[in-house]
Design a protein around this ligand. Structure first.
Ligand code: URA
Length: 198
């Protein structure tokens, strides 16, 4: 069994925070373990909780459209969340829930070692762009430890605030250039030795 499969099995029965009491299914994430691109959202919503898969509701349909707009196949990227179980009523995950779940994302990062991490929304931004605000850094990237971090508004934000759709549609168009630069650069995946590198 691959490291990732084993990890995901553990997530499915994780009892480490109160969200385990209310979930229908934990949602570890999905995608190939040798991909270079990882998308990190916030937490599963109702549809994801029902199906045990990330981004399969309305926000996921919009994410699929965004991926299509840059000719990226959903099956070729890894998609996961900061928190693997649905917060009741789709409320924001609590700091303690994010902390309890952190080890799973850490392990996914160590196993997959993506070259590009796309943050979707505020919670993922807080981890990978600490101290930044989404309204300031959306559509921008930064490099660190051999990884490129690229910040996007959460796709659900466009469902609540129609005016953001144009912004997100434009921001995602910057991703192909980042990916093109990767293939022109060094081929080797970065050596990640410490969890706190991310
Ligand atoms: N919103 C998220 O942040 N993640 C999902 O998986 C679905 C909706």
């Amino acid at each position: 069994m691959s490291n990732l499969t084993e990890l995901h099995k553990r997530i499915l029965t994780c009892p480490d925070c109160a969200l385990s009491q209310s979930r229908t299914n934990a949602v570890p994430g999905e995608g190939p373990d040798n991909t270079e691109i990882m998308f990190v959202g916030e937490a599963p919503g109702w549809h994801e909780d029902q199906q045990g898969r990330p981004f399969v509701g309305p926000a996921g349909q919009y994410l699929d459209e965004l991926l299509k707009s840059i000719n990226l196949k959903r099956g070729n990227v890894f998609i996961t969340n900061m928190v693997k179980c649905r917060p009741p009523g789709n409320r924001d995950p609590l700091p303690g829930e994010i902390q309890a779940c952190r080890k799973y994302l850490d392990q996914q990062l160590l196993t997959i070692r993506p070259k590009v991490i796309v943050t979707l929304g505020r919670h993922s931004l807080a981890r990978f762009f600490p101290g930044e605000t989404i309204s300031k850094v959306h559509g921008t990237s930064k490099k660190g430890n051999g990884v490129v971090y690229f910040a996007l508004y959460h796709p659900a934000a466009a469902l609540h605030q129609q005016s953001l759709r144009k912004t997100i549609d434009a921001d995602i168009l910057k991703l192909p250039q980042i990916l093109a630069q990767l293939s022109g650069g060094e081929e080797k995946k970065p050596e990640i030795k410490q969890l706190n590198l991310f």
